[in-house]
Design a protein around this ligand. Sequence first.
Ligand code: IFM
Length: 455
Amino acid sequence: MVDLQFPDGFIWGVATSAYQIEGSWNEDGRSPSIWDTFAHTPGKTRNGESGDIACDHYHRWPEDLDLMASLGIQAYRFSVSWPRILPNGGKQINEKGLDHYDRLVDGLLARGIRPFLTLYHWELPQTLQDQGGWPERDTVQHFVDLADVVSRRLGDRVHDWITHNEPWCTSMLSHQVGLHAPGWQDWPAALQAAHHVLLSHGLAVPVIRANAPEAEVGIAPNYEPAYPHTNSPEDVQAARIWDGYYIRWFNDPIFGRHYPADMVAYYTQKGYLPHGLDYVQDGDMETIAAPIDFVGVNNYTRQIMSGKVLLDEFQTAAISNPSAEYTEMNWEVYPDGLYDLLNRLHFHYGAPKIYVTENGCSYGDGVDGNGRVHDNRRINYLHQYMAGVNRAIRNGAPVAGYFVWSFMDNYEWSLGYSQRFGIIYVDYQTQKRYPKDSALWYRDVITSNSLKSES
Ligand code: IFM
């Protein structure tokens, strides 16, 4: 085995999102978001847990950035909390909220860490939800207002912008599956939400560029590739449908290919598009296809699809792999999935540049008597996935950086604090941070810009 060297200038980062780490949900003028409402509603999240306190990063950010710097982290992908900046989704800026991100960006730059800013990681102001939320077209302009305000203030210092994190989650997981806020189970509304999220992305891109001419702008969909269980036509078709539902419905429009015709037919036949695509107005598809500088890839696992199961129920179409390792999210460890995706984005979609904006795993290893966390399973996971990235780069995929999800353990949405994705362990009682073995391992990867064969 040989060491795997990464290209010069490859960026090694970590990622988080505001609601998952900040806490201070009602401080300094922040108004409630859909996640405050959802998490405060009994029965919606595990043990009723919310992001009210989370990692208290809103107050502890200097200490957290120091920790990042001590590990040699080169870039930090974070999100802004919409209701901190524009409470209630209005146009009136809450200066205290915006100042927080101003200080955070300065703090990063002072430590030599490059900020990657995500505008939307699921914190829709509740007031906008009350007016219809993402299924309502007016929400698009509200998001563009947010993009304008934030890029005006931070565009002189933030070079890398991500409009949306995981449009599939914002639309389908939240409006069709119902596991995320606002918790709807309504196919037509979910598909309208998807369109408005994509449209708001396309409209925000030129706004960010106008305010920050040097900026690079992209989007970070979640990609869960599907593989057929067997080569039977039913299984192949099931994988194709999952791919259309999860990947192509979002990726095709972003890359100028309109909504995939096979999925339009499938959804129509299922009754999910009762009025067809009447919510798509002239020019929308061109707007959505605004050229981007990069695409972000959020990838953790894959799905194995069986046609038989698909006939029963869409969400249970996946079957498990008895010979594979699974993380504590019950997600299969499948590094070839990321490798395949990077190739697909390069060869099929022609992505100009790719960042792996999220990759990581949940394992609940605790702190031992010496203050150490021996999370060897995470090191193995990261090593395998990074090796896949390296292989894709050698194939020609333009992958420019990689971000571990997550910098620290945090609030895993409806699963509360039950899942630990961090390379930093967080003791939620004391808010003490403990670098896990994976953090120290990652520091060495960054220093050498390579994966050592023995690690
Ligand atoms: O924690 C989430 C994150 O908010 C979005 N991508 C997936 C992560 C793990 O589930």
